[in-house]
Ligand binder design. Structure first.
Ligand code: KIV
Length: 287
């Protein structure tokens, strides 16, 4: 297995060698450490931290401070994987110098090795160009972009008809021209994702974008079933383990043992020498 540290330029080399990019989101130190050790190439500290780890409704309330906190934890854990931090809503669209300052904090204070921004409109492109110019690698993100949730209708899938597909294709090209190291395609039809993947030199990383992308990313909570019961799980998210069931069983056993005085046993307790106990008893009964 290829164990070298994954860098932003390595993503393009992986595409050139036909090697898929394996990406997952990560929001905390222990999970990031497990994913890194399991060989995940890219850890995305997504602003999906809002709805997946912080109990928020969606990604819109996520702040730069929250991203700094979670990115720093993931960076401390990642030894091999590339750590990419999402730039929250309105931290890059207002003006390119604010984008530089905010991305700079994610890199300098939290250890991000690249940042990701959503969309390919004028403001996003200006921000990307400014970041790339100072040496901050950027991942783009088109198709369904959760920070624009209020601007979309009910369907998440972007580019189903020819006119809409042309817009997504053009957006992906603009991101590549602006200097993005890779582009996340979210909820784009498989044939469109394939066309984009074939036309771009930089890798596409799909989420709900079919099998023809250069890599795949999923939300770690969906993969491991770490969500709260009843949480929306999109059709494209495959569950590979049921940690919710494992946690429920383990915690129920703990609770039952505590209630029955079975835990802690002697092997989980500390003792003290008999003579010290006796001295304590004598000293405390004298006074
Ligand atoms: O925030 C996130 O986790 C993302 C993924 C959906 C790609 O942007």
């Amino acid at each position: 297995m290829h164990l070298d540290k994954v860098t932003a330029p390595a993503l393009r080399t992986m595409k050139e060698h036909g090697r898929r990019v394996v990406a997952l989101t990560a929001y905390d130190y222990p999970t990031a450490q497990l994913l890194d050790q399991a060989g995940v190439d890219l850890l995305l500290v997504g602003d999906s931290v809002g709805d997946n780890a912080l109990g928020l409704e969606n990604t819109l309330p996520v702040t730069l401070e929250m991203m700094l906190h979670h990115t720093a934890a993931v960076s401390r854990a990642a030894k091999r994987a590339l750590v990419v931090a999402d730039m929250p809503f309105l931290t890059y669209q207002v003006d390119p110098s604010a984008a530089l300052e905010n991305a700079g904090r994610l890199v300098r204070e939290a250890g991000a090795e690249a940042v990701k921004v959503e969309g390919a409109g004028r403001r996003a492109i200006e921000a990307i160009e400014a970041l790339v110019e100072v040496g901050i690698p950027v991942l783009g993100h088109v198709g369904y972009t959760p920070q624009s949730t209020h601007a979309f209708g009910a369907s998440r899938v972007r580019g189903k008809d020819a006119a809409a597909a042309r817009l997504v294709l053009a957006a992906a090209h603009r991101l590549e021209s602006a200097g993005c190291s890779a582009i996340v395609l979210e909820c784009t039809p498989g044939p469109l994702s394939r066309r984009i993947t074939e036309e771009l030199a930089v890798p596409t990383i799909g989420i709900g974008a079919g099998p023809h992308c250069d890599g795949q990313v999923l939300i770690v909570n969906d993969v491991l079933n770490l969500g709260v019961a009843g949480t929306f799980r999109p059709r494209f998210a495959k569950q590979y383990a049921d940690l919710a069931a494992i946690i429920n069983e383990a915690v129920s056993s703990y609770a039952s043992e505590v209630r029955q005085d079975l835990f802690p046993g002697p092997e989980h307790s500390f003792d003290m020498p008999q003579e010290e106990l006796q001295r304590l008893t004598e000293e405390t009964t004298k006074s």
